[in-house]
Ligand binder design. Structure first.
Ligand SMILES: Cc1ncc(COP(=O)(O)O)c(C=O)c1O
Length: 365
């Protein structure tokens, strides 16, 4: 095992003790409340980490793209997979049916009848059956049927199609009542009210809803407020990042992913420049400002990145780095950083304990 100091920078590292603790704490919390844990592997895209999550007690995994399902099926990570994406087109539905044959259960989500009909046609073509959940928009303002009645109507029409088996409803993210994430002017009833009403009218229609699937890292610690949930899908929580800390659901000490970078320039008293930019940290700011948190210089900010340079503003920093110094940056959004690099290094006690290929990197189809 080589010392971490021998890693060339920039390098995406994961503190293994922190990551293992994150996996265990999330599993323990969901188990305590009788909710199945279905971690979203789009965060790490590394089969070995999916296996750790399964060993800790996960019931299966969540994937966002068929390519991820294929890579994780090749690695035998889990035989129960939920694909949380509307799958459209013969090429993709053929791939879906092919990979489904290698798993015990591959369920999909859908929020419109075009997707439902395409899936049904594929099920008929391949003489298979597709379990599906209806995706509900309970406040994010992204995919999802807009009302519980629309969920029931779509479930009814989709379950009448050949080869389609209704299993339940899902949302992302699990949200308390309030403003939409993407449009602050919209207010949404929140996941609890939506799910309650949906279960009432599905019950009146005599349609059982065995799966009620919530999602998102910020909601993990309050899943108990949604008593109808049967499972929860969280991804970011395996590493945590600036967004998770900003949401108040993790501390810097819970952040396992740290990008090791070298300070390559100190052009002015208040500026430092390090050796990575958007090609590692990405330009994702989503809900936070700046471009990452420098662990060694918590008062510093990263106001701007170019492709291969990161600029640190030291105006408010009590101490300042030297040229050649190695710093560790917690990225804004760890999931997109995973997709930027071929390898991620697992670090423990100052040594590189594992080098993981990001096997599902780039699987966006
Ligand atoms: C459908 C779906 N489920 C679950 C998740 C996991 O959310 P988080 O990364 O906040 O844990 C995501 C994240 O994008 C998602 O899109």
């Amino acid at each position: 095992m080589n010392p971490v100091s021998e890693l060339e920078t920039p390098a995406v590292t994961v503190l293994m003790d922190v990551m293992e603790d994150n996996i265990q704490r999330v599993q323990a919390h969901l188990s305590k409340h009788g909710i199945a844990n279905r971690p979203h592997i789009k965060t790490h895209k590394i089969p070995a980490l999916g296996k750790l999550q399964m060993q800790a007690g996960a019931s299966g995994i969540t994937c966002q793209k068929i390519g991820e399902v294929e890579v994780f099926a090749d690695a035998n990570v889990a035989d129960d997979v939920l694909l949380t994406y509307n799958i459209l087109g013969a090429a993709k539905t053929d791939r879906l049916m092919a990979v489904a044959k290698r798993l015990k259960r591959l369920a999909v989500v859908l929020d419109n009848d075009v997707v439902a009909k395409g899936l049904s046609a594929a099920a008929v073509r391949h003489q298979g059956e597709i379990p599906f959940l209806i995706e509900c928009d309970t406040g994010m303002g992204r995919n999802g049927v807009q009302t519980p009645q629309a969920a029931l109507d779509l479930a009814r029409s989709a379950m009448r199609l050949r080869g389609m088996r209704f299993e339940g409803i899902m949302t992302f993210p699990l949200k308390p009542p309030g403003a939409s994430l993407t449009n602050p002017k919209l207010s949404a009833p929140g996941s609890l009210a939506f799910f309650r009403e949906a279960l009432k009218i599905f019950g009146q229609a005599g349609i059982p809803v065995p799966v009620i699937s919530g999602g998102g890292t910020p909601a993990i610690w309050t899943v108990q407020d949604y008593p109808m949930l049967t499972e929860h899908r969280a991804g970011t929580c395996i590493y945590n990042d600036v967004m998770t800390v900003a949401s108040g659901t993790a501390t810097w000490d819970n952040c396992a992913m740290r990008v090791r970078a070298t300070v390559v320039s100190r052009p002015t008293e208040t500026r430092a420049v390090f050796d990575c930019g958007t090609k590692v940290l990405t330009s994702d700011t989503y809900t936070v400002s700046g471009h990452g948190h420098v662990m060694e210089y918590p008062d510093a900010v990263i106001p701007v990145l170019s492709e291969e340079h990161g600029v640190i503003d030291l105006s408010n920093a009590k101490k300042k780095p030297q040229v050649g110094e190695v710093i560790h940056i917690v990225p804004n959004h760890c999931c997109v950083v995973s997709n930027m690099v071929d390898e991620v290094y697992g670090v423990r006690g100052g040594k590189v304990e594992a080098t993981w290929a990001v096997a599902a990197r780039g699987t966006v189809r």
